[in-house]
Design a protein around this ligand. Structure first.
Ligand SMILES: [Cu+2]
Length: 161
């Protein structure tokens, strides 16, 4: 029994080789995959429109946002004012607005549930409870319903830090 163990011993390094090679390959795949994922997460399309005034998808509304804090802060609760007009410049009053936002590269949304329930008059709406938990490319979506019509406007933002 002892002699079997002794004769096996010199062969052990040889048998270890395959697992070591497979392990290295796997590590290589994991590292490469991680780098590719990182590259994808930091990729931002060129030519994005970062304007703070944009027209909604179907062209029904023209919206302008004004943050209460500039530059738009990371990890700090703040509010915006959203101004709504029609394309020909008429104020949009008594609109119902739902707010959403996400980071397209990261597959996550906002950490809070902002609301735009307060009408300030003159086409202005208070957007409360906004917080962005990290810097990078964000897309904000405002779904606006006014006079029985619904349309959504999107804003691209690039936050620092
Ligand atoms: Cu993110």
């Amino acid at each position: 029994m002892h002699s079997t163990a002794a004769s096996d011993h010199p062969r052990q390094p040889k048998r270890l080789r395959l697992p070591v090679i497979v392990g290295s390959l796997l590590l290589g795949v994991v590292v490469t995959g991680g780098a590719a994922k990182l590259a994808r997460m930091s990729y931002v399309p060129t030519g994005l429109d970062y304007a703070t005034t944009r027209t909604s998808d179907a062209g029904l509304f023209r919206a302008t946002y004004t943050p209460s804090v500039m530059p738009i802060p990371v990890n700090k609760m703040h509010s915006w004012t959203l101004h709504l007009e029609t394309p020909d410049g008429k104020l949009v009053e008594d609109a119902k607005i739902s707010v959403d936002g996400d980071m397209p590269q990261h597959g996550h949304g906002l950490p809070t549930r902002p609301v735009a329930n307060v009408y300030l008059g003159r086409g202005d709406y208070l957007v409360e409870g906004l917080k962005f938990q990290m810097g990078g490319w964000w897309v904000m979506d405002f779904k606006v319903t006014a006079q029985g019509k619904t349309d959504t406007v999107h804003f691209n933002m690039m936050l620092e830090k």
